[in-house]
Structure formats: structure tokens, C-alpha cells
Design a protein around this ligand. Sequence first.
Ligand SMILES: [Zn+2]
Length: 72
Amino acid sequence: MTNPVQPKPRRCPICSNLVGDDAYRPFCSRRCADVDLGRWLTGSYAIPGTEGDDEADAPAATVATDDDLLPH
Ligand SMILES: [Zn+2]
């Protein structure tokens, strides 16, 4: 991987401001980092019906099937 270092100004993916503080890369500030985290949590983790519901419905059927398929 040849990656020549270029002094290219980074822009915050949230507000498009120039990123000045490396502490919050790739964001310009902690606020924007928090915004992105919030989007992540609500967008990726909050998939309806994934948490709890799925497991509450499945276990009996899954266990029975697995037992049937196992050689005795
Ligand atoms: Zn920002």
C-alpha cells in the first residue's frame, strides 16, 4: 500500500466543516461525533423485531430440529 501523505484538509462528514482537531477525527468536534454515533445506534441497531422477539419465537423449533438432525 503506497499512500503518500498529502496535507489534504479533512472535512467533517456530519457538518462538512474542516476538521481541525485530530482528537475527534474524522469529525470536527465531539458534537458531530455524537451525532454520528446517534445515527449509528438508531439506524443500525434499532432494527425492529431483531432484539428479543426473534429469539423468543424460535428456540423450541430450533432445538427440536437440531436434535433430529444429530446422528445417534
Ligand atoms: Zn462537524
